[in-house]
Ligand binder design. Structure first.
Ligand code: G3P
Ligand code: MG
Length: 248
């Protein structure tokens, strides 16, 4: 397939080494040799696509409450590095546009995970894809993924020829294969920490690449690779790369 999928994808950048979903984290992943990074996208109150994982600001910023209640200009007054370590104190939440600029500069591919705040599934996909369609033209180094079927359906309607991934929770819905067919998903992204070999084989039977998140344990990385998993999201690309590709 033309999709240029690497074996290792930096999760939220390289989240074990730098604050997740930041420009610094993307640079760290690139410095560690990642060819692709994954990050999470949601919207501010005024619909600016930003890199952020949680619905609430509290865990990773000095702000409080729902991301969806905060305008971009106010969100930029927050910092998102101190929770991780003092050395990253003061850094800012990036926009999707800023992240893509860095990805282009570092010559990376990307898995854009649409992570809508509740009720904003359509709008989040629309804002993200609208922007991406203006600034990204490397179809073979882009995956749009989501746990939200509505966001994926919107992505399909807006950019039918872009590759999409259906993200599955550790207890996937029984009709996952029908959903994947309906959404014309190119890959299936599973929770590799709980998936069985049988389930991975079931996905492989549909002739779709299997991507596994979030694999930080070297032994698990080796096992999943042996079972035929095509790519892994990891917070720790250095260790997983060493485990899979360097002689021991
Ligand atoms: O896209 C893979 C992985 O990032 C999905 O889980 O919660 O880390 O965004 P989460
Ligand atoms: Mg994610």
């Amino acid at each position: 397939m033309p999709l240029k999928l690497p074996t290792i994808i930096g999760n939220r950048g390289a989240a074990a080494y730098a604050p997740e979903n930041t420009i610094e984290s993307i640079h760290t992943a690139a410095d560690m040799g990642c060819k692709w990074v994954e990050f999470d996208v949601k919207l501010t109150k005024d619909s600016v696509p930003i890199l952020f994982h949680d619905d609430l600001l509290d865990r990773t910023t000095n702000g409080h409450g729902p991301v969806a209640d905060m305008k971009f200009s106010d969100l930029r007054d927050l910092e998102c590095g101190s929770w991780f370590s003092d050395g990253f104190g003061g850094i800012k939440i990036p926009t999707l546009e800023e992240a893509v600029e860095v990805i282009l500069e570092r010559d990376l591919g990307m898995n854009v995970e649409l992570k809508p705040c509740p009720g904003r599934e359509v709008e989040t996909a629309e804002a993200a894809l609208d922007l991406l369609s203006q600034i990204w033209d490397d179809r073979d180094r882009l995956l749009i993924s989501s746990f939200s079927h509505v966001s994926l359906e919107t992505a399909m309607d807006m950019a039918g020829d872009w590759y999409r991934s259906l993200l599955l929770e550790s207890e996937p819905a029984e009709n996952w294969a029908e959903l994947a067919d309906y959404l014309n998903a190119t890959t299936i992204n599973i929770d590799g920490r709980t998936a069985s070999r049988e389930f991975i084989e079931e996905i492989m039977d549909t002739e779709r690449p299997v991507l596994a998140y979030t694999i930080n344990d070297p032994q698990l990385a080796r096992t999943l690779r042996a079972w035929g998993v095509d790519a892994m999201f990891t917070d720790d690309p250095d260790t997983v790369n060493d485990t899979l590709f360097k002689a021991h």
